[in-house]
Design a protein around this ligand. Structure first.
Ligand code: PEP
Ligand code: MN
Length: 628
């Protein structure tokens, strides 16, 4: 059951209440507060009746948990859980890719594959050291030697490692060498093993059994959670059906079901689900589109000679192609896959820590829940403190004055084009572009819980929000009130307690301000993406770039722009953006925004950069960045 506590209850009162409950053999669990209400969970049979508990001082209400799984369900824990594996976050907006061979066969094999998958963007490495094989005569795994190899892969490449535990007797060894403990499909209901995994204090990846129902699977996760505060990642890997063509039948519909029932993240294993290499990528793509938090894929550099599951292992080139496809699919469903910059982002956090400084700070425009906030979170995760600032200019000024270290600003939108204010500030301030990310812009009509569409009279948003939802808004006769950002609109709707008021904003603003989504996806064009750039005083080391952005203006003479572009053409530098815009205050003179696929600060590009500079009247390199 869940105890909702009285608003006025002091921390001492809460401690006392827990002491009284424990004296009555109640298994109490701390629960996250919901809309400001503090809560305590009680598991199993208590030595007191529900009525007696309800009468204890400090208890406002007792709520029964209606599902057999308690800690796993959304009643006790409504918010999505983010599972942390060292620096890698699984769940939320992160798309996690776990890859590696079915079994660790040698150090050389593991390192070769790990290098390939890391290079392509995988964030966790997986390999079996204790293999549950159908035949006792098949390769059973390298056991402790395999675990040592996994640990060496982690040390060499910095990829956290996942491996399967098949017996509680392996717990000490596995604890010593790996980061995530996998419970295999055959062991989903091996309750002693589940309890043991729960006590290890490491994240557990729990596969669904070959014939396990979703409820049984969640009950198994409950075993793990009930043993401690271990975090669980669920893994659907196909179930047994009457269909013999594929090894198993991948239950993709488990994804939305799981998302509704539990706060735990879910990853999909298309390798064991299909058993055939050429079926793996289509199912992985479908899983991501269906909202999975990640995929777990078997990859081998020499599948015909693999000691297990060669037929379903992707060749590295196939894995790279899959990653390229997922990179495109991920933003469509609001997820981020490109973590190549994360190594450097973490370095800045670590350096600050070593120097005894506070966490670095990154500014974004608007309130919590705005698109800029989302971009800031997606880029930096929790490596920095995100700071809300009122205007783009205040972000630039704060960086210059050293009050914050970085800024995340929108630079262009796929529908409305470049955001000139950002370019103007980049021209004016001596800051550099250090990185970029693109997020999909989806708009929703939000209102207070209980409000109805028929009752809405006034709608609040950023002017861009109205612009993007013109077709939807044309159906109504609502007054439109422009505010500074979409999250500010959501905040006002929450504060004004008026059911006739609605906001146009994103899903996270709804969650953050406790509003309901009256109508989702109301933007006219679903192909609406905004590219954000990260700006700062100096590059994040170690420096790496595949792209450069620059501003220039051409002389007022025939062929001036052509002569600039000719330099790129002659040096085979691919230009991916060219836009002209009037220079403010100088009628009929134009500034060019140019992006090229090259690192113009690399020594071999020196001559190119100087040639462009010479041929331009005004030239400013805004930054070299991209791909880590
Ligand atoms: C594995 O992950 O290599 C494995 C044996 O999978 P499952 O438990 O899903 O069969
Ligand atoms: Mn396998």
């Amino acid at each position: 059951m869940i105890l909702e506590l009285e608003k006025e209850l002091t921390p001492e009162g809460r401690t006392q209440l827990i002491r009284r409950l424990k004296a009555q053999r109640c298994d109490c669990r701390e629960l996250p507060a919901v809309e400001g209400t503090q809560r305590i969970g009680i598991l199993g049979k208590a030595g007191m009746s529900e009525e007696e508990i309800g009468r204890l001082p400090g208890v406002a209400r007792v709520v029964r948990v209606t599902t057999p799984y308690k800690l796993v369900g959304r009643q006790m824990h409504p918010q999505d859980t983010l599972v942390r594996v060292r620096d890698v976050l699984v769940g939320g907006e992160n798309l996690c890719v776990i890859a590696g061979p079915c079994a660790v066969e040698s150090l050389e094999q593991a390192l070769t594959i790990a290098r390939e998958v890391k290079q392509a963007g995988a964030t966790l490495f997986r390999g079996g050291a204790f293999k549950p094989r159908t035949s006792p005569y098949s390769f059973q795994g390298l056991e402790e030697d395999g675990l040592k190899i996994l640990a060496e892969v982690r040390e060499t490449l910095g990829l956290p490692v996942v491996t399967e535990m098949t017996s509680p007797s392996q717990a000490d060894l596995i604890f010593k060498y790996v980061d995530v403990v996998q419970i295999g499909a055959r062991n989903m209901q091996n309750f002693e093993l589940l309890k043991c995994a729960g006590r290890m204090g490491k994240p557990v990846l729990l596969k669904r059994g070959l014939a396990g129902t979703i409820e049984e699977w969640l009950m198994s996760a409950e075993y793990i959670l009930s043993e401690g505060d271990g975090q669980v990642i669920l893994c659907e890997r196909g179930i047994r059906t009457f269909e013999p063509y594929t090894r198993n039948t991948l239950d993709l519909s488990a994804i939305p079901v799981i998302k509704k029932l539990t706060h735990l993240p879910i990853v999909i294993d298309p390798s064991h689900a299909t058993g055939m290499r050429e079926k793996v990528s289509p199912m992985a793509r479908a899983a991501v589109a269906a909202g999975a938090d990640g995929i777990m894929v078997e990859v081998h550099h020499d599948p015909p000679r693999a000691l297990s599951d060669g037929a379903q292992s992707l060749y590295p080139a196939q894995f790279r192609q899959l990653m390229r496809d997922l990179y495109v699919i991920a933003p469509v469903i609001g997820k981020r896959l490109d973590f190549s910059h994360m190594d450097r982002v973490r370095t800045i956090g670590r350096r600050a820590q070593e120097a005894g400084n506070a966490k670095p700070r990154a500014g974004f425009m608007g309130r919590i829940g705005s698109f800029s906030h989302k971009a800031c979170q997606q880029y930096f995760a929790d490596a920095v403190e995100a700071v809300s600032l009122p205007t783009f200019r205040s972000i630039f000024a704060a960086i210059r004055e050293g009050r914050i270290d970085y800024g995340v600003i929108p630079i262009e939108n796929s529908l409305s084009g470049s955001i000139h204010e950002s370019y103007d500030l980049l021209r004016e301030y001596d800051l550099r572009i250090l990185g970029e990310l693109t997020i999909r812009i989806t708009q929703n009509l939000l209102a207070r819980p209980g409000a109805e569409l028929e009752g809405i009279r006034r709608v609040l948003s950023h002017p861009q929000g109205f612009e993007q939802c013109r077709r939807f808004l044309s159906q109504f006769d609502w007054e439109q009130v422009a505010v500074s950002d979409t999250a500010a609109a959501a905040e006002r709707v929450r504060d004004e307690e008026n059911p006739a008021l609605a906001a146009i904003a994103n899903q996270s603003a709804a969650e953050h301000y406790g509003l309901t989504v009256l109508v989702p996806g109301i933007e006219d064009n679903p192909r609406n993406f905004t590219r954000f750039v990260v700006v700062g005083r100096e590059p994040i080391e170690p420096r790496k770039a595949t792209k450069s952005s620059l501003l220039c203006s051409a002389r007022n003479e025939p062929g001036a722009l052509f002569s600039i572009l000719e330099v790129f053409a002659a040096n085979r530098v691919n230009m991916i953006k060219l836009e002209s815009r009037p220079i403010p205050g100088e009628p009929w003179r134009y500034l060019f925004y140019i992006d090229v696929e090259a690192d113009l600060e690399a020594p071999e590009m020196d001559a190119v950069r100087r040639a462009i500079e010479e041929k331009s009247e005004f030239f400013k390199l805004l930054g070299c960045y991209g791909n880590g």
